[in-house]
Design a protein around this ligand. Structure first.
Ligand code: ATP
Length: 522
C-alpha cells in the first residue's frame, strides 16, 4: 500500500514535469548538453504564466497598497552588503552524505522530515478517534490525555528542543548524533551509513571587473542569494524620493541564486530562481502587530488561488540569523506540504548592520514621535517558481467528459484562474474554409488588442479544444457558418464546458469582465 502511494506521488509529479515539457511551459536548461542540474528555462506558455503570476502579486502588493512602492535593484552588489547581512558568515546549510548511496542531503531536512512524520502519526490517531467518538469529541483534550498520542507528541517535543539547541549552537556533531539516535535512513535507499555533518555556504561567487585572476580575494563578488538586501540598502533613497511615512513597504521581483545542496525537485529547489519580496518598515515595538497582519494578508492572497486545505502555516523550528519570528506558508505539492512563502520578522538587524559597516545613517525621522530610529522590518518572501509549480500541480487534471458520440472521453485540462492563464482566448474557425478563416482572423486581430489570444485552424475542432484545455485557455471562441449570417460566435468555457452565443460586438467586453484582476482581488 505504502509503495503504491509512493508510486502515485511520483507518477503525479512526473506527469507535471512531462506536461511542462510537452506543452512548452518548462525545459531543462542546456538540454542538448544533458541539462544543468537545478536550472530550467521557461518556454512560450511558461513565460506567460510566470509573468501573470508576477503581475498578480505586484498588483496585490503595490497597486492595492498606497504605502507600498516598487524597486528593481541590481543583482550585483558591493561585497560588503553580504558581510553586513550575515550571509558570508552564516548563510550555510548543514550537509551530510550517505557513504553507500553517495547521495547528499541536508541534515536539517532529514530531522525536520522525521518530525513531520511524528506529527502525521499523531494527527492520524486523532482523526481515527474523531470518527469513533463523533460530535462530542474534544481533539485538544484527546491529544493531552490519550497515552499513545501524548507519547508521540512528547517524543516530538524532545527532538525539536534538542534539534533547535544543536542548530543554534552550530553543533554539527550533535546534529549527526540526532540522526544516528533517531535511526534516520537514506530516504532513497534505507542505508544508515552517514558521513559527518559539514556546513556549506550557499552563495555563488564570481570575479568582478578586469582584475579577475590577479587579485581574486579582493575582486570576489556574489550573486545575490535574496533580493531583500537591494531593498535595505535603498531604504532611504526610496523613502526620501517618495516621501513615505512609516509604516511603508518596498516590493521587488527578481532573480536570486543559491548553490543548493540537494536539487532534485524540478523547479521547487533551483540554483537560479526568482523571488517576490516585500520589506515592510515599521516602528520598533510594532513588529508583533505587523507580523500578524502580513501573515494573514499573505494567506488571504494564496486563498484567492487555492482552496483552504491546500495551504497552511508552519512555524519555523530554527530561526534564521536575522529573525525574531518566522513562519512559512506551505502548499500541498505532489510530494507533500512544503514551503511556498516565508514571512519573517527581521527586527532592525539588516538596517542596523548596514549602518554599522557602511558608517552611513540608516535612520528614519519620525515626525509624530519627534525622534530618529532604525526601523524594524517584516518581510514577505515568495518564490515565483514555487508559485508556478503550486499553480500547475493544483490545476492539472485528467477529467472525464462526454464525447461527441455520447460516450465518455478523458481530457487533460489545466484549470488555472483566467487571470493567470497564458492564453486567455483561442479564436477557432469551425473548419478551415476561407469564409470562416477570414472572419475568425479578423476577430483575432480585434481581440489581440484586448488580451493574449491565439488563432488556430489546424486539425478538428475537438482536437483544438483539447490543445487549449491542456494549456489552460479559459475561453475558446468558435466562428461557424451561422456567424456569417448573424454576426454571433460561440464561447466555450474551459471548466464547465458550457457554451454561450454572443454577438461579436460584445466579445471584448465579455472577456474583459472575466479576465479582470477584480474577479480575484476585488
Ligand atoms: P527552504 O527552506 O525550502 O530552503 P528558505 O527558507 O531558505 O527555503 P527563504 O530564504 O525564506 O527560503 O526564501 C523565500 C522564498 O524563496 C521561499 O519561500 C521559496 O518560495 C523561494 N525559494 C528559496 N529557495 C529557493 C530555491 N532554491 N528554488 C526555488 N525557490 C526558492
Amino acid at each position: 500500500m505504502a509503495d503504491k502511494k509512493a508510486l502515485n506521488v511520483e507518477d503525479a509529479f512526473k506527469k507535471i514535469i512531462s506536461h511542462c515539457k510537452e506543452y512548452g511551459f518548462i525545459f531543462p536548461s542546456s538540454e542538448i548538453y544533458d541539462g544543468l542540474s537545478a536550472v530550467y528555462d521557461y518556454g512560450p506558455y511558461g513565460v506567460e504564466l510566470k509573468n501573470n503570476i508576477k503581475t498578480y502579486w505586484w498588483k496585490a502588493m503595490v497597486q492595492m497598497h498606497e504605502n507600498i512602492v516598487g524597486l528593481d535593484s541590481a543583482i550585483f552588489m558591493h561585497p560588503k552588503v553580504w558581510k553586513a547581512s550575515g550571509h558570508v558568515d552564516a548563510f550555510n546549510d548543514p550537509l551530510i552524505d550517505n557513504r553507500d548511496s553517495k547521495r547528499r542531503y541536508r541534515a536539517d531536512n532529514l530531522i525536520e522530515d522525521y518530525m513531520v512524520k511524528l506529527d502525521d502519526k499523531a494527527n492520524k490517531e486523532v482523526e481515527k478517534a474523531a470518527k469513533r467518538f463523533g460530535d462530542a469529541f474534544d481533539a485538544a483534550l484527546y491529544r493531552e490525555t490519550n497515552p499513545r498520542v501524548a507519547e508521540i507528541l512528547r517524543k516530538r517535543q524532545e527532538i525539536s528542543e534538542r534539534y533547535q539547541l544543536a542548530m543554534n549552537n552550530n553543533d554539527l556533531v550533535e546534529v549527526k548524533q540526532i540522526i544516528i539516535d533517531l535511526e534516520i535512513a537514506d530516504p532513497d535507499t534505507g542505508s544508515k551509513n552517514w558521513t559527518d555533518v559539514r556546513q556549506f555556504n550557499l552563495m555563488f561567487s564570481t570575479q568582478y571587473g578586469a582584475l579577475a585572476g590577479e587579485n581574486e580575494a579582493d575582486n570576489r563578488i556574489y550573486l545575490r542569494p535574496e533580493t531583500a538586501q537591494g531593498i535595505f540598502v535603498n531604504f532611504l533613497n526610496v523613502q526620501k524620493s517618495t516621501r513615505q511615512k512609516l509604516p511603508f513597504g518596498i516590493a521587488q521581483i527578481g532573480k536570486a541564486f543559491r548553490n543548493e545542496i540537494v536539487a532534485r525537485q524540478f523547479i521547487f529547489r533551483m540554483r537560479e530562481f526568482e523571488q517576490m519580496e516585500m520589506q515592510y518598515f515599521i516602528r520598533p515595538g510594532e513588529e508583533k502587530k505587523w507580523y500578524a497582519y502580513w501573515k494573514e494578508a499573505r494567506m488571504q492572497w494564496h486563498r484567492t488561488l487555492f482552496p483552504e486545505n491546500k495551504v497552511k502555516f508552519h512555524d519555523h523550528e530554527k530561526l534564521a540569523h536575522y529573525a525574531d519570528a518566522a513562519c512559512d506558508i506551505e502548499f500541498q505539492f505532489p510530494f507533500g506540504f512544503k514551503e511556498l512563502e516565508g514571512i519573517h520578522s527581521r527586527t532592525n538587524f539588516d538596517l542596523g548592520s548596514h549602518q554599522e559597516l557602511s558608517g552611513k545613517k540608516m535612520q528614519y525621522f519620525d515626525p509624530e514621535l519627534d525622534e530618529s530610529y532604525v526601523p524594524y522590518v517584516v518581510e514577505t518572501s515568495v518564490g515565483v517558481d514555487r508559485m508556478f509549480l503550486a499553480t500547475l500541480s493544483y490545476a492539472l487534471q485528467d477529467e472525464e467528459v462526454p464525447d461527441a458520440k455520447g460516450g465518455v472521453a478523458v481530457r487533460t485540462v489545466l484549470k488555472i484562474p483566467a487571470i493567470l492563464a497564458p492564453i486567455k482566448a483561442a479564436i477557432l474557425p469551425l473548419v478551415a474554409k476561407d469564409e470562416l478563416t477570414e472572419k475568425a482572423r479578423h476577430l483575432f486581430h480585434q481581440l489581440k488588442l484586448v488580451t493574449q489570444c491565439q488563432y488556430d485552424e489546424k486539425d478538428s475542432i475537438g482536437r483544438r479544444y483539447r490543445r487549449q484545455d491542456a494549456i489552460g485557455t479559459p475561453y475558446c471562441i468558435t466562428v461557424d457558418f451561422e456567424t456569417l449570417e448573424d454576426e454571433c460566435v460561440t464561447i466555450r468555457d474551459r471548466d464547465s464546458l458550457a457554451q454561450v452565443r454572443l454577438p461579436i460586438a460584445e466579445v471584448a467586453n465579455y472577456l474583459n469582465k472575466h479576465i479582470s484582476f477584480s474577479t480575484l482581488l476585488g
